[in-house]
Design a protein around this ligand. Structure first.
Ligand SMILES: [Zn+2]
Length: 482
């Protein structure tokens, strides 16, 4: 009895000191899983049916889990064009049950890779239904890819969580001007057009800005070796340099991965997130000799890697981590679509192989299928979720659904309470663009895709500002000297 009394304070002290240590230490784990579909599966990236014939690069889902004190966060980046909300919700729930990470602190994003499968949405559903009608089965879908993804996402989060170890974090912002261009242009006839073509004499000037910043977060083992284990790079430019034709490919983030592995070792995992690139791509309309296909993918991937590696070398800034996370879901209105228009829209999409329907009419048909789906699933308001993750006193990530215009990302950064705000789009739910109010007035492709009412972009901007302010003030935050 006496021995027990003497021992208890010691045990209590041990427990206490452990909790304090755990509260201060950032643990990070990374993992990846191959999500390449079988050859023969449909390929996405356009508005027609494309059947895959091969694989140039394997497609991955890459996960990073961060834990500090009682806070835990997981992010998954996929070499996919888009991520449907139903699947991301299921996977977040499943991963949350397995790891204890709150579902609202889990992000499942697409890199917007155009060399990836068509596995959901109006075009896939129509092709799938047509195959079932004609043949009784869909020979293109030899596996249940949606089910596989939900499994893969919860697996890869679980694995990243399992291998988490103490880390330090370097944050820097690289720049590589000349890679990205605003793809919407004012034309001589007064219109605004997207991708008007190389050397088009009707071009007057770009209709919007770009965001040349390339924020990079590098994680190193917290031991004597300080070996880098992973990085998260974000860039606001469409991951659509080369859709790969009929082969699966992962575009320029795969080149960045290779270059960073050459520098940091084969076990290094490079996570890539697309910034707000709704109106941004790599096409320089003034360069009539611009490369195309794989050579252009390599040029861009290498230029990005050069900028990232140079900045990591130059501005290695280790700052104490201070993890916190919050989120908010807003409700956005959208117009109703009558049954007659819905049937007409489906018919237009089914008949597109005849090539007689103008492109923007096809896009409007696709949009109206989304409006119909939204009405059936959500009523008269579409939920849009915004998440904020504070990494330290100076740095936060904010995630947005869909393909958000760069003006919105720039405005979030300009008013953010954090010096480094990493704005990630295509999170948890993506299949169309989120333009600014001004772009809605200007029209063209991106606006035509959007099923939501004008003002949806500004509502997202307001929500992003609120979650950033909230996460800045959350418990655990202590202003730190530079
Ligand atoms: Zn896009």
């Amino acid at each position: 009895m006496k021995r027990l009394i003497l021992t208890l304070p010691f045990v209590f002290f041990l427990l206490l000191s452990r909790q304090v240590a755990a509260a201060e230490e950032l643990r990070v784990g990374v993992a990846q899983i191959d999500i390449t579909p079988p050859v023969g599966f449909r390929k996405g990236g356009g508005y027609g049916e494309v059947i895959s014939t091969g694989v140039r690069d394997p497609l991955f889902a890459k996960s990073i889990v961060l834990r500090q004190g009682g806070v835990s966060v997981a992010l998954v980046f996929n070499d996919l064009l888009s991520v449907p909300p139903d699947l991301s919700r299921s996977a977040r729930q499943r991963a949350s049950e397995q790891t204890g990470i709150p579902a609202e602190n889990i992000v499942i994003a697409a890199t917007h890779n155009h060399g990836s499968p068509e596995y959901w949405g109006p075009l896939r559903d129509l092709a799938h239904e047509a195959a079932l009608d004609q043949h009784g089965s869909d020979a293109r879908e030899t596996i249940d890819y949606q089910k596989k993804l939900v499994w893969a996402w919860s697996q890869v989060i679980g694995e990243a969580d399992r291998v988490a170890l103490p880390v330090t974090m370097d944050v820097c912002v690289a720049r590589q001007p000349g890679l990205a261009f605003n793809r919407r242009y004012h034309m001589r006839d007064g219109s605004v057009r997207f991708n008007p073509g190389h050397g088009n004499p009707e071009i007057v000037r770009p209709a919007g800005p770009i965001d040349p910043d390339i924020p990079v977060v590098l994680f190193r083992r917290y031991d004597g070796a300080a070996e880098p284990i992973a990085s998260l790079t974000t860039f606001a430019m469409h991951t659509a340099v080369d859709g790969g034709g009929t082969v699966f490919t992962a575009d320029f983030p795969a080149v960045l991965q290779t270059r960073l592995q050459q520098k940091f070792g084969d076990a290094f995992i490079s996570l890539f997130a697309e910034g707000t690139a709704g109106d941004i791509n790599h096409i320089d309309v003034h360069d009539t000799n611009q490369l195309q296909g794989p050579p252009e993918v390599h040029r861009i991937g290498n230029a990005l890697a050069d900028a990232v590696l140079a900045e990591l070398e130059r501005a290695r800034r280790r700052s104490p981590s201070d993890l916190a996370a919050t989120s908010e879901t807003i409700q956005v209105s959208f117009p109703a679509v009558g049954e007659a228009r819905y049937q007409q829209a489906k018919q237009l999409l089914r008949n597109q192989k005849t090539g007689r329907t103008p492109f923007l009419e096809l896009v409007a048909a696709w949009r109206d299928c989304h409006r119909h789906h939204h009405r059936q699933h959500y009523g008269d308001r579409k939920p849009l979720e915004v998440q904020a993750i504070r990494l330290n006193a100076d740095t936060a990530i904010v995630t947005l659904p869909h393909e958000v215009f760069v003006e919105i990302g720039l405005a979030i950064k300009a008013t953010s309470p954090f010096r480094n705000t990493i704005v990630i789009s295509l999170a948890n739910d993506v299949d169309y663009y989120i333009p600014t109010r001004r772009a809605f007035e200007e029209g063209s492709y991106e606006v035509t895709t959007c099923p939501l009412d004008p003002g949806c972009g500004e509502l997202l901007l307001d929500a992003a500002r609120r979650v950033l302010q909230a996460v800045k003030r959350m418990d655990g935050y202590q202003p730190r000297s530079e």
